[in-house]
Design a binder for this molecule. Sequence first.
Ligand code: ADP
Length: 447
Amino acid sequence: MAAAEVAPLAKVGGLADVIGALPKALKRLNLDARVIMPCYGLIDKNQYNLKLIKQNIKSGGAPINIWLTKLPASAVPLYLIEHDFFKDKKIYSTTLAGGQQDIKKFVFFSQAVLDSLKALGFAPDIIHLHDWHTAALAARLKTDYQDDQFFKQTKTVFTIHNLANQGLTETKNYLAEGILKADLINTVSPTYAKEILTKQYGAGLEKILNQRKADLYGILNGLDTDFFNPAADNLISQKYALKNLDKKIANKLALQKLLGWPSDKNTALIGLVTRFVWQKGLDLITEKFSQLNCQFVFLGTGEKRYEQALLNLAEKYPAKFKTLIKFDEQLAHEIYAASDIFLAPSRFEPCGLTQLIAMRYGAVPLVRATGGLADTVNYKTGFVFKKYSDQALYKTLNKALTVFYKQPRLWRQLQTNGLKQDFSWKNPARQYLKLYQKLSKMKNKSL
Ligand code: ADP
């Protein structure tokens, strides 16, 4: 598995969670799963016990070093490629020029993965690629490496985690390249796999996705249920489980205290943890929401316009809204544990992990019916609205609050249904295994 993000070493969003967990689940199915990623400057080599195993390997003329460790709490080998390109403290740049530099960086990474595999003498049956960052590798295997004996048996699976990021230069679209050149492609929920064939959700790539429709699959992401486990989570104030769900309330009181609000166990607490970007539907949360009988806590970073809009709400209605602009794993867990309702009003959502985490923590999700949100939340576990409008969100939240205040038994049932779901990687890993087996049986590489 080759990817730009791997939790917990380097995480920006859900991609990292997937690469941090899926290989472990595959290993449990006796697959020899290994991971390879860039050795970013932000990674603490001591903390993760990195060992230097190869030095000065030539890659595109530039020498690289290869470090080895294990994915934490597992036997999954994790290789890290070291080069000046990756020495920054950031995984991705936020500037336009930086974006172009990122493309060079990840194209270099894609090549370096192939060179590293050769240096390690390890020719995988399947290289599982993730998002545009590794798409160039699929293309290389189909062109320069077509007759390469070392990679003769090697095939590729390309997972689209988000069509919104494509790795665009003036002349190239790396995501498109991955879609066209990988042997099989998949995305992270069945509904998103269908949606992306349409103009509305295809982000300009619907034509080429339709070309590859026969090779396109949708496998719902799982969750690292060890890491996200209210019964054993050291990041929250009070641990709890289904059998003692009443204890959850202590987390609400603790968060209210932390945020400078008076203790109030009866008022509904609404949580939202996300990247503050266009995709996530943040513009649906308007001043009108201050009229609702509840408190909101927003955690995230991203585009200034959303940060500012949510900060403005918190400034104007300090008793109703708190907005925290940062990436903070602990605070995120505290919010999941404290919330009664958790929002995911996304414009589109390939899979979405936050609604799954919410259900695991007994927070009832309120989501827009799109992509993986539509596949994972229904009237038995939460609240769903269809139309992308602030009124639709407002109305649905109002309905949820009525149930919360007036029908506590139904509320408890919603929480219980959510907590009982199995969102672990066990099932998704089995589906990936089937996909790999299907690919191994394909005699000739497609295309
Ligand atoms: P995406 O991949 O689009 O960012 P997902 O819902 O798939 O969205 O995954 C988001 C993951 O990142 C979740 O684990 C969520 O808790 C985490 N996350 C997002 N923003 C923050 C933040 N500001 N602080 C801590 N964790 C965050």
